[in-house]
Design a binder for this molecule. Structure first.
Ligand code: ZN
Length: 193
């Protein structure tokens, strides 16, 4: 519900899902309730039925408390883990949204290997000049695997070797570079770390 106020005591609101008729009323004028007990602080009359309706605006609603935010935060993280087929075990590794990056992963049979990523498409030139970020696959010992592929996204457990940061980097499959020659070039130029 978006609103504008012309007089301080009245508000003109675009009122959707009207409690009386189910419709939308554009620029319906609301007045403040004299004795509001919750966030439903504004009253008006449904133009279709002539019966009373109540409205609340975003600023009338209390901001969620820290406990509620934490609950939502971890529930959302669990949903992302589940969608990627990841199950946290002992070590806590933060998610890192790399869906805007172009990327490649080179993984050995042993599970180790490296990732290379960049805001720009990976080319021989950018790899040769080192205009890319990289990290090694972090083979965290409690995890059964370190690369989690889904049809749309791939998550790689990465050790950045910078300030101790390790991440679950989530990449967009549409931006994956599958050119094994580029991965080989990166290894030749920069090693694996
Ligand atoms: Zn109505």
């Amino acid at each position: 519900m978006a609103g504008t106020s012309d007089k301080p005591e009245a508000r003109s609101l675009t009122f959707t899902n009207c409690q009386r008729c189910g419709g939308t009323h554009t620029d319906l004028v609301f007045l403040p309730l004299a004795n509001a007990i919750d966030e439903w602080r504004w009253w008006s009359l449904c133009p279709a039925t002539g019966q009373p309706v109540l409205a609340s605006t975003p600023e009338d609603r209390p901001a969620p408390g820290i406990a509620a935010l934490l609950k939502d935060y971890f529930a959302l993280q669990k949903q992302i883990h589940d969608a990627l087929g990841y199950r946290e075990d002992w070590a806590v590794i933060p998610l890192d949204d790399r869906t805007a990056s172009f990327w490649l992963v080179s993984q050995r049979e042993s599970g180790g290997g490296f990732v290379v990523y960049s805001e720009r498409p990976l080319t021989e030139e950018t790899v040769r000049k080192g205009c890319v970020y990289s990290g090694t696959i972090y083979m965290q010992r409690f995890l059964p695997k370190w690369v989690y592929r889904t049809p749309t996204h791939t998550m790689v457990c990465v050790d950045t070797h910078i300030d101790g940061n390790k991440f679950l980097m989530v990449f967009d499959n549409a931006k994956e570079c599958k050119d094994a020659a580029l991965a080989g070039l990166y290894r030749d130029c920069w090693g694996e770390v």
